[in-house]
Structures are given as C-alpha cells and as structure tokens.
Design a protein around this ligand. Structure first.
Ligand SMILES: [Zn+2]
Length: 219
C-alpha cells in the first residue's frame, strides 16, 4: 500500500491586474489585512527593484502601509522567511508581480504543493500595452482574475492603460505620476501620437545640436 502524506489544504491563486493607479496594491492590502483579521498567517512580498516609497513595506499611492519582504526573486522567499515560518503561512501576497521572473513556478509550488493562498497584484501590460513580465502567465493557474481600472487623467473615463509621459524606452522604468498616467483607449492612442511628435522634435533638435548622446529611441 502506498503511504499518504498528511493532507495539505488546497491552495488558491488570485490575480489582481490593471494599469497603474488602478488601486491594485490597495485591493491586495485589503485582502491580506482581512485574511490576517480572520486569524490566517499572512506575508507580503514585493520586488526589491521598486524602492519608490520604502524598502520594508508595501505602500499604496495614497499612503497606506504594510510590512513586507523586498526580494529580487520569489525563489529566495522561503529561505529568507524561514522554512518553519513558511510552513505555517496561509496567505502570501505578491505586489508589483511583473518584476518577478519566477512568478509562475512560485505560484505553482505554493498553491499546488504547499497549500498556500497566493494573491498576485501587478501590471498586465507595459506602457506599450504588451504583456509585462509573467503576470499573464499565471492566469491559467488562477482561481480568480480581476482587472481593475483607473480614471483617465485626460477625460475622467475608465482607464485601462498606462501611458508613459517621458521619452525613456526601456520597459522597466520605475516611476509614479511624474512618469506615468492612466488613460482610456482614446487618450492612449492620442497620447502616443503626441509623444511621437514630441520625440521627432527632440530628434531633429538632437541632430542639429548634437548635445544628446543616446541612440534614437523607437516606440
Ligand atoms: Zn480619456
């Protein structure tokens, strides 16, 4: 007869995604706090790449705080947190999940094998509306998926996308309202046209003056 391990409660994966300023971190914090208030052991993880507000706490755009582990990857969480402490954990929140390359494997192990409830919050798309990191990869693993919306900064309608206001073209550019704004579809498209126009002015200025040294960015 095969011997059976003691049964581990079934885990769950929940994904909260959307553009910047959609309240993803707020929704995650609310969920984690409510799980904690119900007597479950909770932990929060965020990427150590994002140190906009604080290293050891998750902070929403409106200032709410919660202690967390800032890590470069998720595979190091168990070791950092401690094996015994990890075994006692019920719920793990992951903020800014787009920065974790090992998100899929972590969610699989934590939910399928370790019986954890994992709540993932992150950007579904980057400023070019392309899939950002591994957030979309964990959708097939998820019990629930929630796409939150923000308010378009131009017209106040529902915003689904994040527009980058600067000319920087690398995908990972950490910033807040100084760099990004939430926009509706119409203003995303208009905004891209405006940014391209502004860039071509800069490009022509650049070729005249020769004071800029970086290569011409491409959107
Ligand atoms: Zn709009």
């Amino acid at each position: 007869m095969a011997s059976f391990k003691p049964s581990i409660p079934s885990g769950e994966v929940h994904v909260i995604m959307g553009p910047m300023f959609a309240g993803k971190t707020t929704a995650l914090l609310r969920r984690i706090k409510s799980e904690g208030a119900n007597g479950r052991n909770v932990a929060m993880i965020k990427s150590s790449k994002d140190n906009r507000y604080a290293v050891d706490s998750v902070v929403t755009h409106d200032g709410a705080k919660f202690p967390c582990w800032a890590l470069p990857d998720l595979s190091s969480f168990r070791q950092n947190f401690g094996g015994d402490a990890y075994d006692k954990l019920d719920v793990i929140g992951i903020d800014e999940a787009q920065f974790f390359e090992d998100l899929y494997d972590f969610c699989c192990t934590a939910a399928d094998h370790d019986g954890k409830t994992v709540i993932v919050a992150g950007l579904d798309g980057d400023y070019l509306r392309r899939s950002f990191g591994s957030v979309l990869d964990v959708v097939p693993l998820a019990d629930t998926v929630t796409k939150l919306t923000a308010r378009c900064e131009m017209c106040g309608k529902r915003a689904f996308f994040t527009l980058r206001k600067t000319e920087e073209t690398k995908t990972e550019l950490i910033g807040g309202a100084d760099v990004y704004m939430p926009v509706c579809r119409q203003h995303y498209v208009n905004g891209q046209v405006l940014i391209k126009a502004a860039r071509s002015v800069v490009e022509s200025h650049k070729s005249k003056s020769g004071t800029f040294s970086e290569a011409a960015p491409v959107i």
